[in-house]
Write a protein that binds this ligand. Structure first.
Ligand SMILES: [Zn+2]
Ligand SMILES: [Zn+2]
Length: 373
């Protein structure tokens, strides 16, 4: 078997260095690459020759053996004495046969390619989260082409084998000795292309559209809740089944209510008189109503009251969380002269038992100072 000289294959001189070998190989590999020469068996053969030559010459040990013994250095049957050292490369061309042998021989593999999932962020307020709501959203998506019903074919003339991958749906790119197999970009891996592409969708079977959709948001959603709408995503290639649409809930902060899961917190300001004498205060609830809360005499700033079942609904359940109100006792400001006089009079009447905490605190402070001496 007469084999071409490796240096001739790459078109370089016998004393060329590594970088000129590499650039010669790159140029030729690009030129004869199967991706660029679909169905051209001559180019394929050249590509194999070039790759093989570079594989040998780019390795200094193998290059030395080749320089000394020629092709026999890598031929097991040649008995040159090097077959032991390079036994792994004796069937070199067989490896390439494995790599390239099935080009065009594989029948098209139709892959079911699902469309993309879409994400839609939606802002809702606390009241909407409390009641649940229907909302119309609009978003850009890919819909099935209505002209060709998703087939991508204008008159339904059908399919032919892809010219780029020859129907295999895969292409190969060679990087030195390694061959990387990829999904063919021309046919998207289907192996076949449409002979009369639909002019509306360019044969894709789908097209861009702004879609409006009424969505149901259940009561009880919270920040970060995710709602999946099955099949409402983008239609896949060739009009294949659509992905899903995910609604991501983002909560708009409320002016008076704070929320933690199903609990609602509310700070309720009351006057110093109301806190001292006791009374009642109307507390708004997230449901939109109000609850009269009884304030015991002597209530303190920060005292909390629980309103059972007045919190948020639990998602996909009939139960409700609680509402916690905290008193915010407001010290009066901007006093009139008369108010100041009344407060002073009040103070003169006061004794330790009116302010047990202050009294307790200051007697502890006194003990502390006494203890230091
Ligand atoms: Zn179409
Ligand atoms: Zn293809």
């Amino acid at each position: 078997m007469s084999k071409k000289d490796y240096y001739d294959v790459l078109g370089v001189s016998r004393d060329s260095d590594a970088s000129s070998l590499k650039s010669a190989y790159r140029k030729l590999a690009m030129k004869y690459h199967p991706d660029k020469n679909p169905g051209d068996s001559n180019a394929e053969k050249k590509f194999k020759e070039v790759s093989e030559a570079y594989e040998i010459l780019s390795n200094s040990e193998k290059r030395q053996a080749y320089d000394q013994y020629g092709h026999d250095a890598f031929n097991q049957a040649g008995g040159s004495g090097f077959s032991d050292g390079f036994s792994g490369f004796g069937n070199f061309s067989d490896i390439f046969e494995d790599f390239f042998g099935d080009i065009g021989g594989r029948q098209s593999r139709q892959r079911e390619q699902r469309g993309q999932d879409l994400k839609y962020e939606i802002d809702i307020d606390l009241r909407e989260a409390y009641t649940g709501l229907k909302k119309e959203i609009s978003f850009d998506t890919l819909i099935r082409c209505d002209v060709c019903s998703g087939s991508g074919s204008e008159k339904g003339n059908g399919l032919k084998n892809c010219g780029v991958c020859g129907g295999s749906g895969r292409t190969r790119a060679s990087q030195g000795f390694f061959t990387v197999e990829r999904t063919c970009s021309a046919c998207g891996g289907a192996g076949q292309v449409i002979t009369d592409p639909c002019t509306t969708c360019n044969g894709e079977g789908r097209r861009r559209k702004n879609r409006k959709l009424e969505v149901n948001i259940p009561a009880g959603v919270e920040e970060g809740s995710r709602i999946r709408l099955s099949g409402e995503g983008a239609v896949g290639p060739n009009g294949s089944s659509p992905g899903d649409l995910y609604l991501f809930i983002s909560m708009v902060p409320h002016e008076i209510f704070e929320r933690e899961a199903t609990e609602i917190f509310c700070n309720v300001p009351i006057s110093i008189v109301n806190a001292s004498l006791g009374g009642s205060v109307d507390v708004p609830t997230v449901s939109g109503g109000k609850v009269k809360v009884k304030i015991p005499a002597g209530s303190q700033n920060g005292d909390q009251f629980k309103l059972t079942g007045k919190g948020m609904p639990t998602l996909r359940s009939t139960s409700f969380g609680d509402m916690i109100i905290s008193l915010n006792v407001e010290v009066p400001r901007n006093l009139s002269d008369n108010q100041k006089r009344l407060l002073k009079e009040f103070d003169e009447e006061s004794s330790q038992k009116n302010n047990p905490e202050s009294s307790g605190f200051f007697s502890k402070v006194k003990d502390f100072w006494d203890g230091l001496t």
